[in-house]
Design a protein around this ligand. Structure first.
Ligand SMILES: Cc1ncc(COP(=O)(O)O)c(C=O)c1O
Length: 411
């Protein structure tokens, strides 16, 4: 069959006429293939999936009930465009109560169809060809990907343990500071599990005010904080002049697939986001926004229960991995435990990279993790593995320990 004329029509940003012909297999596809092969080779053996970044339970009953009630109402059938007042007000009350951040619901808050969608739209409001988006690595790449799509450049700053997984902004050159328009921060961080302190946020705010850069604080994990009260960058003096923060119903409310979040902070930046969004989507279903408003007002009943579960699982997992020699500190927040890989197995093979170790874990131990080789060699264990109750959770954790107990790792 002759090749479609479309092959010559693809934009350079997705590979131009090479689109679809690249046979590189990407990380998540490699994990998927290895999992499939391990299951086929070991029929009847449970694959323990520690790779998923979504809660393992559905939304709380009051949220589901609200959706059921609202879904059929005629007044909820319309496009919601830039959002309904009830959701904005609930987000405003939540920001005040949980983060002591006072916002005006009309000026400082706009809903988004999840943080991912917001990250994909913000660059259109700021990035011209040649502008820089500063990203942190390892990390969630969407803001950088879209900045590149628009002709911008990405500068990656590594997140290193010796810097408490906070980027060292002093390493940016004068030229980079001049051309930078956006700085991406994400705390609690995926994948390192680190939190930012008020002092670290203040450093970033001062730097961005001085260099005229907008901070995009991606905070979907902010309710999942195991060491202190959740912290918003917007509570730091000066942040309202140079930052927006992205919140999400996905992680702290068990509402991943519901696709809802909000962008809040600097009024001008929020209105620029709203203007781009208005040309990209027509808003999330009103019934979902009303159910989410109910969830936000009940955050004190919902989030602590979710927090407690993942905190407990991560403590147990960290302790267990320390027993095998891993340098595994319990994370400060998020779902994730980020650990350096062993050099190898005593009397056996060595591991060259996080990917190498992760593939071995899937193939030999039927335990799936996500490798990160961007700033050192690490794997990320997620505490969102499926377990139907406390007893089952203990069983899964014991099973992991048991599967690792026949090897001696060297670090
Ligand atoms: C750091 C980070 N940002 C954003 C997202 C996307 O969240 P949402 O479900 O709100 O789109 C994720 C999801 O895994 C994430 O890890």
């Amino acid at each position: 069959m002759s090749e479609s004329f479309l092959q010559e029509q693809f934009a350079e940003r997705i590979g131009g006429n090479r689109f679809g012909k690249d046979d590189t297999i990407y990380k998540f596809e490699k994990i998927k293939r290895a999992k499939r092969a391990a299951i086929e080779a070991n029929p009847g053996v449970e694959l323990i999936d520690m790779g998923v970044g979504e809660p393992d339970e559905p939304a709380f009953p009051i949220v589901v009930e609200t959706l059921k009630e609202e879904a059929g109402k005629a007044e909820n059938r319309f496009y919601t465009d830039n959002g309904i007042a009830e959701f904005k007000s609930a987000a405003q009350r939540y920001m005040e109560k949980q983060y002591s951040v006072s916002l005006d619901a009309d000026k400082h808050i706009n809903h988004s169809i999840g943080s991912k969608s917001a990250l994909s739209l913000i660059p259109a409001a700021f990035i011209n060809p040649g502008d820089i988006c500063i990203m942190t690595t390892p990390g969630y790449p969407v803001l950088g990907t879209w900045s590149k799509y628009l002709g911008g450049e990405v500068v990656n700053l590594p997140l290193l343990k010796e810097n408490n997984f906070f980027p060292d902004l002093t390493t940016l050159t004068d030229d980079q500071r001049k051309r930078a328009k956006l700085l991406y921060l994400n705390y609690p961080n995926n994948p390192t599990g680190a939190n930012a302190t008020a002092e670290q946020y203040k450093t970033a705010v001062d730097f961005c005010l001085e260099n005229e850069i907008l901070i995009v604080s991606d905070a979907p994990y902010s309710p999942l904080n195991f060491v202190s009260k959740p912290l918003s960058i917007l509570s730091v003096p000066g942040a309202m002049d140079c930052a927006v923060e992205l919140h999400s119903m996905s992680k702290g409310f068990n509402m991943t697939g519901w696709r809802l979040g909000w962008v809040c902070g600097n009024e001008l930046a929020v209105s620029a986001f709203a203007s781009v969004k208005d040309n990209a989507d027509s808003g999330q279903f009103a019934a979902i926004q009303l159910a989410a408003a109910k969830a936000l007002d009940a955050a004190d009943e919902i989030t602590p229960a979710i927090n407690e579960k993942y905190s407990r699982r991560l403590s147990a997992l960290a302790e267990s991995l320390r027993g095998f020699g891993f340098d595994a500190d319990k994370p400060q927040g998020s779902f994730f435990l980020y650990v350096g890989i062993p050099k190898g197995i005593k009397g056996g093979r060595s591991f060259e990279s996080g990917e190498d170790f992760s593939q071995w874990m899937i193939t030999d131990k039927l335990i799936s993790t996500v490798p990160w080789d961007d700033a050192g060699h690490y794997v990320r264990f997620s505490a969102t593995f499926v377990a139907k109750d406390l007893e089952d959770e203990k069983r899964v954790l014991n099973e992991i320990a048991s599967r690792l107990s026949d090897v001696e790792f060297e670090f």
